[in-house]
Design a binder for this molecule. Structure first.
Ligand code: SF4
Length: 281
């Protein structure tokens, strides 16, 4: 079956199964193209809470589908099965488990846990606050406690630490395997090749990359910034597949990504898996 047939079947099944297809910005282009809504983890979870369909087909990694279910307990959330792995998991979310988080809390009884949305449901359940990459600084600034254990991304945690005042931030040794594969030298080389390009990076990047960026955004922030900017060239420090959406929404603008900025876990879901999940729910 070719891509067009697969896409047609998915579009037909959405109606028959009373389903909506929510797709993360890092998913394969052919899956992005059949999405009802494309976005980052928070945007997708919030969108899920507003849909009037019975079934939500969620194309992203495990914690995102879990978050959509937490926010929508009355709806069925289907996360496509990807044989033989069963589900697409986020390695960074897997770097923090409930027991170790509780042990950290015991060690620092005067600290509160702020967990990034990229955590499992069991870690969220023992956290005091939850944030996303777009609101992490705002959330940490808004809470009264001074001592914070930030779980699980040490790079986002360090970005927050550098952006807030009067807070002691204890970092968890977790990281995103995709964003740390964007070395500062590659960004500098791209800048030499494209001197007029604006450098926009995700806060999951390493500090040296953040230091040379013009702007730091979540993926949703990047799409908004690019759409409203007069610039025509951008060096983008995040997963390469965001380029599919940026190019579609901004014809005439150019985007340059790191060569190894690919999340293999996001790519585990194929369009055939989406179709199968929609047939069986
Ligand atoms: S890009 Fe990073 S944070 Fe996102 S799913 Fe992949 S490993 Fe997890």
């Amino acid at each position: 079956m070719d891509m067009e047939d697969l896409a047609e079947q998915i579009i037909r099944l959405k109606e028959e199964q009373d389903a909506i297809l929510l797709v993360h910005n890092y998913q394969r282009p052919e899956i992005q193209d059949v999405a009802d809504y494309l976005g980052d983890s928070l945007g997708l979870a919030m969108k899920a809470s507003k849909v009037d369909r019975k079934n939500i087909i969620f194309c992203g990694v495990d914690f995102m589908a879990e978050s959509a279910k937490i926010l929508n307990p009355d709806k069925r959330v289907v996360h496509p099965i990807v044989p033989p792995h069963l589900i697409a998991k986020c390695p960074m979310a897997a770097m923090a488990d409930r027991e170790t988080v509780l042990a950290y809390k015991d060690e620092h009884p005067d600290a509160v846990i702020v967990s990034y949305v990229n955590t499992t449901a069991e870690v969220k359940a023992v956290s005091d606050y939850c944030c996303t990459s777009s609101n992490a600084v705002k959330v940490v600034n808004s809470i009264p406690e001074k001592k914070i254990i930030f779980v699980p991304d040490e790079h986002l945690g360090n970005y927050v630490r550098r952006s807030v005042k009067d807070k002691e931030i204890i970092l968890w040794p977790g990281y995103c395997r995709t964003h740390v594969r964007i070395p500062v030298q590659e960004v500098l080389d791209l800048k030499t090749e494209h001197p007029d390009a604006i450098v926009i990076v995700h806060p999951e990047c390493t500090d040296d990359v953040i230091d040379i960026a013009d702007e730091v955004f979540s993926t949703e922030g990047m799409t908004k910034y690019v759409a409203s900017s007069d610039a025509t060239e951008f060096i983008v420090g995040t997963e390469r597949e965001l380029g599919h959406r940026l190019r579609k929404e901004n014809p005439g603008k150019k985007f340059y990504f790191g060569k190894r900025a690919v999340c293999p876990n996001m790519k585990q879901i194929r369009i055939e898996n989406v179709l199968n999940s929609m047939k069986t729910l």
